[in-house]
Design a binder for this molecule. Structure first.
Ligand code: ZN
Length: 290
C-alpha cells in the first residue's frame, strides 16, 4: 500500500514530504497499457501531483499537474484530491524511445523541454489558481523543484523515480520534496545537498529497503509527523458523464439523437466506458435548459 510521509528536522528548518507510489504507478500502467518510458513519465507526474495534493487544506480541492513539453509522449496530466489520491493519463501511452547512455529510461526526451510545467489548484472558487514555469529537462523532478521554488519562494529540492522491471511491471516508485523554511542555516542546506548527492537514486534506496526520509535528512534527527495512505483513484460516475454530455449544448445533443446511434463515453483517467442509447440522450435533451 502506498503512502505519503511528512517529517521535519529537529531544528524545524527543513520539512520533507515523501511518497512511496509503486501501486499507484502500476495501476496507471495497467489502465493505460503504458510503455516503460510512459510509465516513468506518468508515474513521476502522478507522485508530484500527490505530494501537492497532500498539501491542500480544503477538503474538496484538487490539484492538476500538466506537462506540455512538445516531446513524443504529448501532454502528461495528473490530478490529485486533497488527500493525495491521484489519477492521470498521457496522450501517447505507447511512446517508445532508446535508453539513455546510462541505461535509464529517457523521460526527458519523451516529455521534451519546449513548454511548460503547469499546476492548477481548484479550490472550489470560480477560477482555479494557475501557475507555470518553463520545463528545464523534462525529467520532471527538476522541473517540479523549479516550479516549487519559483511559486512558493522557498528553497526546495525534489527527487522522483520509477523503476520498471524487465516484464514491464513497476518494481518500485517513490519520491520526495524537501523544503527549507525561512532562516534555514547554511550548514543545514549544505548537509541536505550533500545527503542528496551521495544517497543515489530514489529507486536505489527503495529497492534496497532503505528509508528516503532518513537518507535526505541524514544527521538532522527527523521526526515523522504524519503518514497518509494514498491510491490511484478516479471519481468518474454515470451522473458526472451525464453532466458532461449535457454541457455540449442543445444542437450537438440533437445531432447525436438524429444519428440514431448509441453514444459511448470513455473516462480518460480509468478507461471506464459509459453507454447511452438514443432514449437516454433524448431524456438528457428533454431536461436540457436552452
Ligand atoms: Zn474514471
Amino acid at each position: 500500500m502506498d503512502e505519503i510521509i511528512r517529517a521535519v528536522t529537529e531544528d524545524g528548518f527543513a520539512k520533507i514530504t515523501v511518497i512511496t507510489g509503486r501501486d499507484i504507478v502500476e495501476r496507471a500502467r495497467q489502465i493505460h497499457d503504458l510503455s516503460p518510458v510512459a510509465t516513468a513519465a506518468l508515474g513521476r507526474t502522478l507522485m508530484a501531483a500527490s505530494i501537492l495534493g497532500d498539501m491542500l487544506k480544503e477538503d474538496d480541492a484538487t490539484v492538476t499537474v500538466r506537462l506540455n513539453g512538445g516531446g513524443p509522449i504529448g501532454s502528461v496530466i495528473s490530478v490529485s484530491d486533497s488527500k493525495g489520491n491521484v489519477r492521470g493519463y498521457v496522450q501517447n501511452p505507447h511512446v517508445d524511445l532508446p535508453l539513455k547512455a546510462n541505461g535509464k529510461l529517457d523521460v526527458g526526451s519523451a516529455v521534451g523541454t519546449g513548454g511548460q510545467f503547469t499546476v492548477s489548484r481548484d479550490l472550489g472558487l470560480k477560477e482555479p489558481y494557475i501557475g507555470s514555469t518553463e520545463l528545464v529537462s523534462g525529467e520532471i523532478a527538476e522541473d517540479f523543484a523549479k516550479y516549487y521554488v519559483e511559486s512558493e519562494q522557498v528553497g526546495a529540492a525534489c527527487g522522483l523515480g520509477v523503476l520498471v522491471d524487465t516484464d514491464r511491471s513497476v518494481a518500485c516508485a517513490g519520491g520526495f520534496l524537501v523544503q527549507l523554511l525561512p532562516g534555514a542555516p547554511d550548514t543545514l542546506i549544505a548537509l541536505i545537498e550533500s545527503n542528496i548527492s551521495s544517497m543515489g537514486q530514489v529507486t536505489d534506496i527503495l529497492s534496497s529497503g532503505g528509508d528516503i526520509v532518513n537518507a535526505v535528512l541524514n544527521g538532522l534527527n527527523p521526526t515523522v509527523l504524519k503518514r497518509t495512505k494514498v491510491e490511484y483513484r478516479c471519481y468518474c460516475s454515470r451522473e458526472r458523464v451525464v453532466r458532461a454530455i449535457d454541457s455540449i449544448g442543445h444542437e450537438a445533443l440533437e445531432d447525436i439523437l438524429k444519428s440514431g446511434e448509441n453514444t459511448e463515453v470513455v473516462c480518460h483517467f480509468c478507461n471506464t466506458k459509459y453507454h447511452f442509447p438514443p432514449s437516454e440522450i433524448e431524456e438528457i435533451l428533454a431536461k436540457h435548459l436552452p
